[in-house]
Every structure is written in structure tokens, then in C-alpha cells.
Design a protein around this ligand. Structure first.
Ligand SMILES: Nc1ncnc2c1ncn2[C@@H]1O[C@H](COP(=O)(O)OP(=O)(O)OP(=O)(O)O)[C@@H](O)[C@H]1O
Length: 357
């Protein structure tokens, strides 16, 4: 296991990058802790695979260095980095049994036979493959094959890091949550440094201690699931995390008041006026609907019942806004909206600013 330092790392696929936009990965400067579970989360094309390939050694970055426990590995080949990788699709030997597949990475590294037997048995139990252990992989389902792939990564105990690239893509939805939980347990037990690439927020939030949110080649926030929910550092994080995501509404700020069209919304602290593009961010969970005349009049556009909650899609001064109602609550007559002032975030040019800033 190792800490991973991304030292002023950046990558462009162009030979002579000129501007920021030419970089698939914009400059990063972070240290990821030894034994941490990190998820790289973001939409297609945001640079997740580029970063993962730099860590694994498939790609040499155009700028900066990557270090494992302080040792510069920027120019080392993947096989010299002592990492395990699990890909989207199973990478296993069809003609070998489950047991042989799991033992193979250890045999290759000359681990003593009794140690191999112990580790393989543990992994078979953890992955619930006991009844298939001596069957050839060829006849197994896609789910089972991918479990073997996960096992082949996890069975190695001496690796610097285990990298997962969308490993649950081929897994049946019912099985996904089981494997997600299992991976989390394994991380607790084994303490490996794990990096998990996904575009699925549920996978990222359930697996990781810290989620690395990427957007257009930039890491816009690294935080715990709670931090990403409560204080999104960028409007994209607010929008991308949560279902539905955070409401983002253009406004003008003056001290402790935000103006949206004709209405004024009280804030929990005062903000300096800078002339930058300003927006309010408030999660639907903290927007309430009532008939209270102290609230702000709102037009209801639609109500979607999603089980435990209803999503109320509304329009406030011409801006789309979502609120949540419990399943047994109805939209009131002449509805008005109110906001929990302490839950309103303020953004300048898409970045979070704090009161007094
Ligand atoms: N070999 C390449 N040559 C040129 N451009 C590339 C190459 N690989 C990726 N890119 C570009 O770099 C940017 C980041 O791509 P990357 O594959 O890292 O994103 P991603 O977040 O992993 O996306 P996905 O989830 O679709 O795999 C994209 O604009 C992509 O088109």
C-alpha cells in the first residue's frame, strides 16, 4: 500500500498545448493517503480514464510527476509499479477453474503455497463462490466472471494500490449493491489504497471515503459524501450529486440579501459584492412548500411521485426550482416557497464563496 502524490500533474493529448482548453487533465496537486478509498466521479469525457492511466503507467503525463510513497514513478512501466487493476470487463482465464484463476497472480509472484491456499480460500468465501470454486470459468455468468476479476485484484496483498475502472458495468443491478458493499468491507479489512473510477454517484458515494469529482478535465472537489452534499465547492458538484441535484439560481447579492427577480431571499451571512456571476445553490431537501404568506409565490409545473418522496418541479421568478414533499403530503393551494437560510450556498463564477469573503 502506498500514498499517491499527484505533483503538479497535467496532461494534453496535443503535441503543443497552448491554452487550458488543450488539456484533457488540468493541473492537479494532491496527496492521496495510504490506505484511502477514493472514487473518481464525473461525466463521460471529464478525464477520469486519463488520470487513472497516468496512475497505472499506461500514460506518461505531459507535465508534473506521480509518486508512490514519495518515490517518483512517472516513467515506470505498469508492471514496475506493483499495482492491481480491475477493468470494466472480466479479465480471466476461461480454461482455469475459479480457484486457479484466483491463485494465478500469487503463483506469478512466487508466494508460498500455503499462503496462496489461505488467501484463495478467503477470497472464495468473501465473493460467495464456494459452490463454483472448482468449476472452469468458461461456463460461469458474466457476474461471476467479474467477481473472479475483482478477486484476482484483491487477492494480492502487497500492492501499492488497486485501481478499479467501472468494475460493475457488466454486473446485474440486483448484484451491484451486494458487490459495492462487499468492496467497502474488503477495503476496511485489507486497508489497500483503492481508486475506483465511475460515472455513477451511488457507486462513488457508497464505496469511497473521499470522492474526487471531475468536470471538464478539472478536479472540482475532493470530499466526503457529506461534504459534497452539504457544501458543494462548485455548482457542477451540487448539480451532479443528489437526485434531483442542487437548485442553482442566478441572483444579485447585497450584504445579507440575495435578489432573484422581484423577490429578496435572506442569507445567513453577509457577502461582499464583486461583480462576478453570482448564483444561489440550495438543495431541494431544504426548500419547503406551504401556503404561508411570508413565503415566495411560485408556479407549480409538475409533480413526480418517486416513492418515498414527490419531486415538485416549480418556477420561481422564471427560474426552474425543485422542492421535495413526503409521499403523504400534497401541494398546498396558493403555494409559496421558503428556504432554510443556513443551507443556502453562494457561488461566484460557479465556485463556492463563504460569508464575509
Ligand atoms: N488517446 C486520446 N487521444 C486524444 N484525445 C483523447 C484520448 N483519450 C481521451 N481523449 C480525450 O480526453 C478527454 C478526457 O477523456 P477520458 O477518457 O479521460 O474521460 P473519461 O472521464 O474517462 O470518459 P469516459 O467515462 O467516457 O471514459 C476527452 O475529451 C477525450 O475525448
Amino acid at each position: 500500500m502506498a500514498s499517491i502524490t499527484l505533483d503538479k500533474l497535467a496532461h494534453s493529448y496535443l503535441p503543443n498545448p497552448q491554452t487550458d482548453a488543450d488539456f484533457a487533465l488540468k493541473e492537479l496537486d494532491y496527496k492521496w493517503e495510504d490506505g484511502g478509498a477514493y472514487a473518481l466521479l464525473g461525466p463521460s469525457g471529464c478525464g477520469k480514464t486519463t488520470l487513472l492511466n497516468i496512475i497505472s503507467g499506461l500514460l506518461v503525463p505531459s507535465k508534473g510527476h506521480i509518486r508512490f510513497d514519495g518515490q517518483d514513478v512517472t516513467h515506470l512501466q505498469p508492471e514496475e509499479r506493483n499495482i492491481a487493476q480491475v477493468f470494466q470487463f472480466p479479465v480471466i482465464y476461461d480454461t482455469m477453474t475459479v480457484r486457479q484463476n484466483l491463485a494465478f497472480p500469487l503463483l506469478n509472484r512466487h508466494v508460498p503455497q500455503d499462503e496462496i491456499t489461505r488467501r484463495v480460500n478467503d477470497m472464495i468465501e468473501v465473493l460467495d463462490l464456494a459452490d463454483k470454486a472448482d468449476r472452469r470459468a468458461r461456463g460461469l455468468t458474466a457476474d461471476e466472471k467479474q467477481k473472479i476479476s475483482l478477486g484476482r485484484g484483491l487477492v494480492r496483498y502487497d500492492v501499492n494500490a488497486i485501481l478499479f475502472d467501472e468494475p460493475l458495468t457488466v454486473i446485474d443491478p440486483h448484484m451491484k449493491w451486494q458487490l459495492r458493499t462487499k468492496l467497502k468491507d474488503l477495503h476496511r479489512q485489507l486497508g489497500h489504497t483503492m481508486i475506483y473510477v465511475t460515472h455513477d454517484q451511488t457507486e462513488a458515494l457508497t464505496f469511497a471515503d473521499r470522492v474526487v469529482v471531475m468536470y471538464e478535465g478539472e478536479v472540482v472537489q475532493i470530499g466526503t459524501p457529506e461534504e459534497l452534499f452539504n457544501e458543494p465547492a462548485h455548482t457542477f458538484v451540487g448539480y451532479f450529486i443528489g437526485s434531483p441535484g442542487m437548485n442553482v439560481i442566478p441572483c444579485e447579492i447585497s450584504g445579507k440579501t440575495a435578489r432573484v427577480g422581484d423577490i429578496q431571499i435572506g442569507l445567513s451571512g453577509g457577502y461582499a459584492v464583486t461583480g462576478a456571476k453570482t448564483e444561489l445553490g440550495i438543495r431541494p431537501e431544504f426548500v419547503s412548500l406551504s401556503s404561508d404568506s411570508s413565503g415566495h409565490p411560485v408556479q407549480i409545473e409538475a409533480v413526480e411521485n418517486i416513492g418515498r418522496f414527490k419531486i415538485v418541479r416549480a418556477s420561481l421568478q422564471g427560474h426552474a426550482i425543485n422542492a421535495l414533499l413526503k409521499e403523504n403530503e400534497e401541494v398546498p393551494a396558493d403555494p409559496t416557497l421558503s428556504f432554510e437560510a443556513g443551507r443556502i450556498n453562494v457561488y461566484e463564477n460557479s465556485h463556492l464563496v463563504r460569508p464575509g469573503a
